[in-house]
Each structure stands twice: as structure tokens, then as C-alpha cells.
Design a protein around this ligand. Structure first.
Ligand code: ASP
Length: 326
């Protein structure tokens, strides 16, 4: 048993032709955050602190869709959301944030300072002020790239969806929002220490051109984020599909009820029970295993384990792979 960490910077239709201007800052951000997380685990920082630390760093990086750099609603505003959970099933979640610099830290405060799990919109903003967390005018979070991305999404031909029809697992779910370029950037981190303590954290601006008030999978316990005494999971992709599939909880449930390994459970959820092109996840187990499957074109991701394995990747083949694959 040893420590392990994995982080993601979003799954989706990441084109192989992704320009170096888009790719390199994301890769650098992922690499930097992996380093920070690994050093923190080596220094015996608790997994809960590690996942918060790493996600804060990703939120502060404008190249990811969380915190500064969050994608915009159809009204051109930001509505950020985040969730944190540990192996004792302590959890906190926030939605509809417009001024909070680090939504993940507010989610942790909800977990630690309130009798509740989930605060949203005005109530969450008021709680942020009461707690004295850093806030900035909402214009701080809006980047020129995201204004352009919203304009492109609005121009893009809308796909008409019949929501009354059930989804087939092999059928790609379409959403009425955007082009592949927008399916980027939600962030997450999962970590386990050598005592088997686990934590998961996820943060996002959601989907470009989302309806005002839309809540995705990220802050929903068991959908985008979950942890228990067996594993910690953070998912990314199309929120509506992830919520329907209770993706993060399903990984834990397969381990709990069927006794399968982390890798088998995660592979089943991603390959067999979620529509293709919709989801990626990162997960670690109490025993220090790590897995990062996705059924989208790519997922910005990285992981490391105590025995020296590390990997950084976007598409199915890793960018960097150091150590034995396991
Ligand atoms: N899952 C996020 C959402 O639907 C988006 C993403 O992961 O890119 O809000």
C-alpha cells in the first residue's frame, strides 16, 4: 500500500489537431499540479488537503474551465461549481458562484462549517462573504477566450434533441451547446495516502452556453464526485450523462457490492454503462491503485504512485510515461 494521486483537466472531443497554443499551457499546468500534489503527499499532507490544494491551483489557471477561465452561460456570465468528499463520506458542494476565487475551498467550508452538504447561488455567495474567502468582481473570471468560445457556440448549428427518447449506450449523446473546442477543462483531483485515507475534489464552470441556473454533475455527490473507504473518484464530460449514470458512485458500488478491483469497476462504468463520447474519470483506491479511463477523444490527465510510476496524457497514448504501467 502506498500513496497515489491522479488529476484531470477535463475530458471531451479534444481534437488531435489541438494547437500547441492550447495544448502546451494545459500540459504545463497539469505537470505543475502533479508535482505540487506529489510533494504534498510525500510531506504527509492529508489527501483532503492535497486535493483542495491541487484543485485551487487548477482553478487559478485560466487555461482550465474552473475558477478564472470558467466557461460562460448563455447570458455571458460565470456560474462556478465544486465539490469535495473524503473516505468518511464527509462532503461539501457549491453551485452558482459568481465571485468566489476558489470554489473548491468554499465547498470544503460547507463541509466543515455547516450542518449541510450543498449551498448554491445567493446563499452560497452570502456564506462565502461570512467566511471571508477571497472574492473578486465576476469580470475577473471571464477570459477573452471564453467570450469567443461562447460566441462560436451560439453560432454553431444547434442539434435538436428529443429528451423523451432513452439513450442507448453506444449512441453518442448530443448536447445543444457547442463545438468540440468547448468540451474542455473541468478539473479534478483524487488522492490516497499510505494509510488508505482518500479524498476527491472536482471544480468547473460547467458547459459553454449552458442555461443560466443549470447545475451539472460536478457538485452532485455520486455523479461527478464521490469517495468512500474503498475509492475516490472525480468524473468529467457531459454532466447530464454523468448524472444519469451516477458515474462516480457506480465505480464505488461495483467495488463494494461485486468485489471487483478499482480498474475493473472504472472500466465497466466508462466502457459499458455510459454512452460513448461522454465521460472520463480519475480514481484511486485505498490500496493505492490508480486508473484514468475515458470514452471521449481525450482527457487531460496525470497520475503518480509511491512506487515511482507516473503518467501525463491527453489522448489514449500518454505524453509522458515513467515507470511500470499497472
Ligand atoms: N462535467 C462538466 C459539466 O457538465 C463539464 C466537463 O466535465 O467538462 O458541467
Amino acid at each position: 500500500m502506498g500513496w497515489a494521486i491522479a488529476l484531470h483537466g477535463g475530458a471531451g472531443g479534444i481534437p488531435l489537431s489541438l494547437s500547441p497554443e492550447r495544448r502546451l499551457p494545459c500540459e504545463a499546468g497539469i505537470r505543475h499540479c502533479l508535482h505540487i500534489g506529489v510533494e504534498a503527499l510525500k510531506a504527509n499532507t492529508s489527501p483532503l488537503d492535497v486535493v483542495e490544494l491541487v484543485v485551487r491551483e487548477l482553478e487559478n489557471n485560466p487555461h482550465f474551465n474552473a475558477g478564472k477561465g470558467s466557461v460562460l452561460t448563455t447570458d455571458g456570465t460565470v456560474e462556478m461549481e465544486a465539490c469535495i468528499m473524503d473516505d468518511k463520506k464527509r462532503c461539501g458542494a457549491v453551485s452558482g458562484l459568481t465571485t468566489v476565487v476558489n470554489p473548491i475551498s468554499l465547498a470544503r467550508l460547507v463541509m466543515e462549517k455547516t450542518p449541510h452538504i450543498y449551498l448554491a447561488f445567493d446563499g452560497a455567495e452570502a456564506f462565502a462573504r461570512e467566511q471571508g474567502v477571497e472574492t473578486l468582481d465576476s469580470s475577473h473570471f471571464i477570459t477573452p477566450d471564453n467570450v469567443e468560445r461562447l460566441n462560436k457556440a451560439k453560432e454553431a448549428k444547434r442539434v435538436q434533441i428529443d429528451y423523451t427518447q432513452p439513450l442507448h449506450k453506444d449512441k453518442k449523446e448530443e448536447t445543444p451547446d457547442a463545438d468540440g473546442n468547448s468540451k474542455l477543462g473541468t478539473v479534478g483531483c483524487v488522492a490516497v495516502d499510505s494509510f488508505g485515507n482518500l479524498a476527491s475534489a472536482t471544480s468547473t464552470g460547467g458547459f459553454v452556453n449552458k442555461m443560466v441556473g443549470r447545475i451539472g454533475d460536478t457538485p452532485i455527490i455520486g455523479a461527478g464526485t464521490y469517495a468512500n473507504n474503498l475509492c475516490a473518484v472525480s468524473a468529467t464530460g457531459k454532466g447530464e450523462a454523468i448524472i444519469r449514470g451516477t458515474v462516480a458512485r457506480d465505480v464505488a458500488a461495483l467495488m463494494e457490492f461485486k468485489g471487483v478491483s478499482l480498474k475493473e469497476a472504472a472500466a465497466y462504468v466508462v466502457e459499458e454503462s455510459t454512452p460513448k463520447g461522454n465521460v472520463g474519470l480519475i480514481a484511486v483506491s485505498a490500496a493505492g491503485e490508480v486508473t484514468m479511463p475515458f470514452n471521449t477523444t481525450g482527457m487531460f490527465r496525470a497520475c503518480a504512485t509511491e512506487d515511482g510510476y507516473s503518467e501525463i496524457g491527453i489522448w489514449p497514448n500518454s505524453v509522458e510515461n515513467g515507470g511500470d504501467n499497472h
